[in-house]
Structure formats: structure tokens, C-alpha cells
Design a protein around this ligand. Structure first.
Ligand code: SF4
Length: 63
């Protein structure tokens, strides 16, 4: 599984990090979300919720 954040689209709201802190990290310098561990999705299973709740559809998940 691969998780991708489109940094062009991300507005840095931090919602993905709140939902799935094992996978997403909000870089306070760039103000953009970064993927720290896409494999963590397999265990935690909350990445799809993060994808659905991103207000600008910046998250994509590839199986
Ligand atoms: S939820 Fe979307 S817009 Fe908000 S920080 Fe995460 S990727 Fe960026």
C-alpha cells in the first residue's frame, strides 16, 4: 500500500495527522502534511478515513 499527499493541494489543516498519526506528520516549516510510514496503514486501518476527511482531497491511497 502506498499513501501519497499532494503537497500542491494540501492546505495544512492537520486533520490527517489527527486521524492517523502513525502515517501522517504535519511539517510545521512547510505547512504541509508528509507521509512518515505508509506501511502503518496496514495495521492501523485509519488512512481511508484520513483520505475521506481531507477537505481538499489531497490524499490518495494506492493498493
Ligand atoms: S487533511 Fe489534507 S489538507 Fe489537511 S493536512 Fe492532511 S493532506 Fe493536508
Amino acid at each position: 500500500m502506498n499513501v501519497i499527499v499532494n503537497e500542491e493541494t494540501c492546505i495544512g489543516c492537520g486533520r490527517c495527522m489527527e486521524i492517523c498519526p502513525a502515517v501522517f506528520y504535519l511539517n510545521e516549516v512547510t505547512g504541509k502534511s508528509e507521509v512518515i510510514d505508509p506501511e502503518a496503514c496496514e495495521f492501523v486501518g485509519c488512512c481511508e478515513a484520513a483520505e475521506e476527511n481531507c477537505p481538499v482531497d489531497a490524499i490518495s491511497i494506492e493498493e
